[in-house]
Design a protein around this ligand. Sequence first.
Ligand code: CA
Length: 370
Amino acid sequence: MKIERIEAFQVQWSPADTPAQRSAFVRIWTDDGHHGIGEASPMMGGLASLGVIINDIAPTLIGADPLDHAVIQDRLMHGHLVKLGPDGALTGALAAIDIALWDLKGKLFNLPIYKLLGGAWRTDLPFYASIGGNGAERSLDDVLRHIERRLEDKPSAIKIRFDNPRVNLDADISDHLAKARAVRKLVGDDFPLAFDSNNGYSSGGAMQVGRVLEELGYWWFEEPVQHFHIKATGEIAQRLSITVSAGEQTYTTGGLVELINAGVRMIQPDIIKMGGITGLLRCAALAQAHGVELVSHQTQPMIGHLANLHVCAAQLHLTKPCEWNDPTDRMHAIFDEPPLPKDGKFHLSDRPGLGIDFIEDELTKRRIDV
Ligand code: CA
């Protein structure tokens, strides 16, 4: 059995979507008719990763054994492609390929991926509602209404994110703190909350915000400063008692080691940015070896989400619920069994592979080949 064909394409969910709002998917076919599906990081529509797949990866994979997925990843990562720069487009491309090959492997063995990973500690996975866009663009009342709506899905926790262009650090601290206080008041003292600054503060600003979050009993404080300021991130993590997290913009295990050595005790690699299932498994081993929490980042609600859930199912020390970003049905139409929460949890089935597949007719309507 050999890899025969690799498709790499965007999906446009609605006609009004901009190119940057499209998803970036791959499908890999073998010569005996099996296939697997994968997803790359959708930043800027995932075009950079899809280009790497089409131009640089696909031609070298034709004829390869799909079960050699780890060797394939290392050969691509450490061969000449590393000269593209491993931070971003390349590791997103490798992630899509790896997820598709694991999905294919599950279909070949007729087993869900978590079983191939050595078994699940749990197949019912609690989630947290990840809610973006709470900055100056949204009023305090609107923030609270968003949270009330998301509470209807019975999340185990809520994370409020303050998306910002990262060019005006600290500008909205008082607005952010007013919202952090109001959200705590809304949900009560015992409900787990997390706060994501999305790199919005200086070191001093981050300390100011972090101390208020400690008073308010928030669970973790995510990416307080610019992500490339690793030493500053570590210093803030060490000086605050609240758990400070980072790592969603880290693309290599070496990069995660730097964060850990700087003092970060909760890392958040993302399966569609960091080498897929093979990559995230390596991150889990790294976290375990260093005694830090691994709480994977994942904001794509279909393929990436399911790939992440399979790894979370097999993960020792799943200390926090899984991220769930987009509760809308905008991506449901092209999938046969889109993952939906029930009773506050996602439930992995024993369907082979990821447990999801395309509905071909619906995919065709929205597919944009690049
Ligand atoms: Ca984040």
